[in-house]
Design a protein around this ligand. Structure first.
Ligand code: AMP
Ligand code: MG
Length: 323
């Protein structure tokens, strides 16, 4: 049962306990989860029914929460934050060493999208939660972004703990997403803050060039569309039925294949949500451990297509794609 609540403290307590709570922002309702809790982040993807792990925007009560702890902010980022935060502008910045946001929230990328929303209830909530809150729009995958609590319930009732009701959203369009992580500023998504206003603050902003399929597999610009962006440095072999001592094994389920040179079990219990929460950490660890031990590749056991299995397999297929 999804509860409709009006008490911010109750919403904050649920989020801190690892539950999912939809909350109003000035753009659309977000589906919030503790961004440092991999299980909670995995539950977001499960509730939305997303077939892929898109990177999520992390929400903060203050710019310092993002800049001091989770991401590296240059002068442009600080200037934009001074002008437009709280507000509908999302900045993509490099993850800071020691960043505690779960890897799944950023879909395994070394960048993180951050924003301070301009909604009094959202800010109260974020202050009380006192940690970053990952939140995509609070709709089922493919559905329309919700601008009222009733919209959220239409799509997600029974799939999340609660909706914090703050009335209709003011902006109704999503945040502008600006990538500052690699030199020039690039507009990834137009939204609530016009690009002209951004250019008045920091100078010219690049528009992403539409990519052909071949280019998309090589470019670092558009993470959701890439084939091989999530690849570890060791080659990845899918659907392993046996494994050798020269391979690092990404296992799933109660019976990991015997004989691997290194082992990371995504979920001994065979739970795809737990596996999703452990996927990117596992790939990073196996890659590092495999290289340390001089192993030749990562072998991945089959993961069923049920639940978050489809999104896991999508990512593994990208990791195994030829480069
Ligand atoms: P939504 O979750 O529906 O608000 O959409 C979030 C948007 O931010 C999507 O367009 C994502 O691709 C984009 N985004 C989030 N994190 C990143 C990132 N690290 N790099 C590039 N784009 C991102
Ligand atoms: Mg959306």
């Amino acid at each position: 049962m999804t509860r409709l609540i009006t008490e911010v403290a109750e919403a904050a307590a649920l989020l801190r306990a690892g539950e999912l709570v939809a909350f109003p922002t000035e753009t659309v309702y977000g589906l919030g989860a503790d961004a440092r809790d991999g299980r909670a982040v995995a539950a977001v993807f499960a509730a939305k029914g997303r077939p892929q792990f898109n990177p999520l925007i992390c929400h903060f009560a203050r710019a310092e929460g993002a800049f001091d702890e989770e991401v590296v902010a240059d002068e442009r980022a600080r200037e934009l934050a001074r002008r437009f935060w709280p507000g509908p502008l999302t900045l993509v910045l490099p993850r800071r060493p020691g960043c505690r946001v779960d890897l799944l929230a950023g879909a395994g990328l070394d960048t993180l999208a951050v924003r301070v929303p301009a909604h009094p209830l959202a800010l109260d909530l974020l202050r009380l939660v006192d940690r970053p809150v990952a939140a995509p729009s609070a709709n089922r995958s493919g559905g329309v972004s919700p601008t009222t609590a009733a919209h959220v319930l239409e799509g997600l009732s029974g799939r999340i703990a609660a909706v914090l009701d703050g009335g209709p959203c003011a902006v109704g369009v999503e945040s502008t997403v600006l990538d500052l992580s690699a030199g020039g500023a690039v507009l990834l998504r137009p939204g609530g803050v016009p690009v002209e206003a951004i250019e008045a603050a920091i100078g010219p902003v690049g528009r992403p060039i539409p990519l052909t399929a071949g280019e998309a597999t090589r470019s670092l610009r558009s993470p959701g569309m890439l084939l091989s962006h999530y690849a570890p440095s060791l080659p990845v072999r899918l659907d392993a039925q046996v494994v050798t001592a020269e391979e690092a094994l990404l296992a799933f389920g109660p019976h990991p294949l015997p004989g691997a040179g290194a082992l990371w079990n995504l979920s001994p219990a065979g739970d795809t949500q737990e596996a999703a929460a452990r996927l990117f950490a596992g790939l990073h660890w196996l890659d590092a451990e495999g290289r340390r031990l001089g192993l030749k590749r990562i072998a991945a056991m089959a993961v069923p297509e049920t639940g978050l299995g489809a999104a896991i397999n999508d990512r593994l297929a990208r990791a195994a794609a030829p480069r």
